[in-house]
Design a protein around this ligand. Structure first.
Ligand code: DX5
Ligand code: ZN
Length: 212
């Protein structure tokens, strides 16, 4: 299992120290939650802060867009060279075009599905994607309770991925901890995002406990 701590739960007063600490604690990616106050009822950080994250990081960034105007934000964050940019299918009229744009910028494209969105809705996009992110909470805030139906959804998505593009990764975001990590692994999940679970515990121990 690959582990991407969400910096939403970090102490922003000492952000570069927090980034350094999670990199040294063995994370695989740094998950950056970008919220615009429109697609979700919360606002987080823009390119100025994410540039500071990129400077402090020794691991690649995984940028999760929770915004209304995806193309605008892709252009804004692309110069920071993240490994992944993921955008919500619920907010994009031309997802195939945007996937191609992200890839043309040298970034790995990923799509995010809210808890109600069926995996079949993106079946015909799978061959052009590097990752699908399944939300296991409603996007907008850290520290929420895990929604268990994501497990069945991951199993269904795994079957579609086997058929269409076995290289595509499955990521789960929200309420992940040592209490559900084995269930997620068994369902075929490759990458987990964990915010409060990592930042409220010893970083290295928490990350290690998710590497099942
Ligand atoms: C929620 C964000 C998550 C969040 C996860 O909208 O996408 O990445 O920070 O936090 P936890 O792990 O605390 O649920
Ligand atoms: Zn996220």
């Amino acid at each position: 299992m690959l582990v991407a701590p969400s910096i939403l739960s970090a102490d922003f007063g000492k952000l570069s120290l927090e980034i350094d600490a999670i990199c040294k604690a063995g994370c695989d990616y740094i998950h950056v939650d970008v919220m615009d106050g429109h697609f979700v009822p919360n606002m987080t950080i823009g390119p100025v802060v994410v540039e500071a994250v990129a400077k402090a990081a020794t691991k690649p960034m995984d940028i999760h867009l929770m915004v209304e105007n995806n193309t605008f934000f892709v252009d804004l964050f692309a110069p920071l060279k993240p490994e992944f940019i993921s955008f919500h299918i619920e907010e994009e009229k031309h997802p195939h075009r945007l996937i191609q744009k992200i890839r043309s910028l040298g970034i790995r494209p990923a799509i995010v599905l809210n808890p109600h969105t069926p995996p079949e809705s993106i079946e015909y996009l799978l061959e052009s994607l590097d990752m699908v992110l399944l939300m296991s909470v409603n996007p907008g805030f850290g520290g929420q309770k895990f929604i268990p139906s994501v497990v069945e959804k991951a199993q269904k998505l795994k079957a579609l991925i086997e058929k269409r593009n076995p290289e595509c990764l499955i990521q789960v975001d929200g309420g992940v901890s040592d209490a559900n990590i084995h269930t997620l692994k068994d369902a075929g999940v490759d990458v987990v995002v964990a915010g409060s679970y990592v930042f409220k515990n010893d970083y290295a121990k928490a990350i290690e406990s998710l590497k099942v």
